[in-house]
Design a protein around this ligand. Structure first.
Ligand SMILES: Nc1ncnc2c1ncn2[C@@H]1O[C@H](COP(=O)(O)OP(=O)(O)OP(=O)(O)O)[C@@H](O)[C@H]1O
Ligand SMILES: [Mg+2]
Length: 441
């Protein structure tokens, strides 16, 4: 697409300007210098009015003290002649064949930001970022990603809060040591008790048998004593009894040995446990509840981590989307709906960086518009100015700028509304980019 430049301009009796003719550098920077209040900005205002329409007409357009109304004439590189003259400052646009056009044609290639950069500079962060996204054509995709990012972020935050609550809840629940993993049943304890009681009953029978034997021994002993009294006649009988007695003693010894090895099991613990069964089960349930709560919390934390990974991937997609887009300026990008240049948001950029970013964006908005008006370039030091001029040249962009200075960096010096220095009647030499290094911007 042909990039349209300002080939020459002649301005008379507009604002502070008496009469100024300029043939600006085709590619690069033309600096209009001068002291304060001499008419530098008036030149830019007049160009904006001539090309931008009546919206840009200065309030006091006619130079005070002039009998003649403003007379503006701008020749464009596509051959169009733009004029404003007469009391009303009426616009005429004529092509080399003499055909006439109107503002509509001009508006096709004169971008708002090119003649009114402050409009961009003063826009909100969001408007600036949206403009850039529109230029690089990723606005919709980025908005979709950002809405997914926001949605995922909000879901993660909600899940995170629930996870926190559940973890806190689980932490505050009591834990009991020394109880079974599952609730115990009282009937099992009773069955165990009954088994012990059966075993103990057997022991009891054995004890009763011992008692019976012992009683029997005593009876025999008595008999023996009686037999002793009749020892003579009862000798035989005694021997017999003695034998039986000895036998019984042996039985007793055996029985006694068995009994002495007997040991009764205690049911005390079981009884206590039966009594405690409700208390135990309460604790068991508490432990199970706590486990469940911990499971819950773990699950929520897991979901939270999954959402974190999703967020990371959405953000990665966003970065890739922007990294893949053709940006109008290296190191210029959009993050979180804000412009970022060299890693800084608008309020972190220096005034000259802001102007560079704005110019790059104005340029990218409509490549058909080959020029840009820049006021107050004194914000750039000479080194920055040189780098900027070289960047403009490389971009094939024409910039007409003002600067409070009368130094050699100015191609034109304005004093009392007129050019006093500079070769205003032939093409301006490009401002030599001394000290400029490639890739400065
Ligand atoms: N219609 C007018 N006729 C004559 N003078 C005017 C008119 N309108 C504004 N001025 C004067 O022009 C001066 C501003 O001119 P201009 O903005 O072009 O100066 P400048 O060179 O850009 O100054 P600065 O360096 O301070 O920005 C003001 O001092 C104002 O008094
Ligand atoms: Mg000014």
């Amino acid at each position: 697409m042909e990039s349209i430049k300002i080939a020459s301009l002649r301005l008379e009796n507009v604002k502070r300007v008496r009469a100024v003719s300029i043939v600006p550098t085709e590619n690069g920077l033309t600096v209009i210098g001068g002291r304060n209040g001499q008419g530098k900005t008036s030149i830019l205002d007049a160009i904006a009015w001539a090309l931008g329409g009546d919206r840009y007409k200065p309030t006091a357009a006619k130079r005070e003290g002039s009998v003649l109304p403003p007379d503006l004439e701008i020749r464009l590189s596509n051959g169009l002649l733009v004029q404003r003259k007469g009391k009303a400052g009426a616009l005429t646009v004529t092509d080399p064949q003499g055909k006439r056009y109107g503002q509509t044609l001009l508006s096709e290639f004169v971008t708002t930001f090119a003649i009114d950069l402050p409009k961009f500079l003063n826009a909100t962060d969001k408007e600036k970022a949206d403009t850039l996204l529109r230029i690089i054509g990723v606005g919709d995709a980025l908005r979709a990603l950002e809405s997914r990012e926001k949605e995922t972020y909000n879901r993660r935050r909600a899940i995170g809060q629930i996870a926190d609550q559940k973890e806190k809840f689980a932490r505050e629940m009591p834990t009991y040591d020394g109880v079974p993993d599952a609730p115990v049943s009282a009937s099992e304890l009773i069955r165990a008790q009954q088994e012990i009681l059966v075993r103990n009953g057997e022991n009891q029978r054995k004890r009763e048998r011992l008692n019976a034997i012992t009683l029997k021994k005593h009876g025999l002993f008595d008999d023996l004593r009686r037999a002793d009294e009749q020892i003579e006649e009862m000798k035989k009988r005694r021997d017999e009894l003695m034998a039986r007695y000895n036998e019984t003693v042996q039985d007793e010894e055996a029985a006694l040995k068995t009994v002495s090895e007997l040991q009764d099991e205690s049911t005390a613990e079981l009884e206590a446990n039966i009594a405690m069964v409700d208390e135990i089960n309460r604790k068991v349930r508490a432990n199970l509840d706590k486990e469940r709560a911990e499971d819950d919390a773990r699950q929520m934390r897991g979901e939270y981590d999954t959402l974190s990974a999703q967020l990371e991937s959405i953000r990665g997609e966003k970065r890739a989307l922007l990294d893949g887009a053709a940006l109008p300026l290296p190191e210029l990008t959009v993050e979180d709906g804000k412009l970022l240049y060299k890693g800084y948001t608008w309020d972190g950029m220096s005034a000259s960086e802001q102007m560079i970013v704005g110019t790059a964006i104005a340029r990218a908005l409509n490549p058909a518009c080959g020029f840009v008006l820049l006021d107050k370039l004194e914000q750039m030091d000479l080194e920055t100015l040189r780098g900027f001029a070289a960047w403009l040249e490389a971009e094939g962009l024409q910039a007409i700028a003002t600067r409070v200075s009368t130094g050699e960096e100015c191609q034109i010096i304005i004093e009392d509304g007129e050019a006093v220095e500079g070769k205003t009647d032939k093409p301006q030499e490009t401002f030599t980019p001394r000290g400029w290094t490639e890739g400065m911007f």
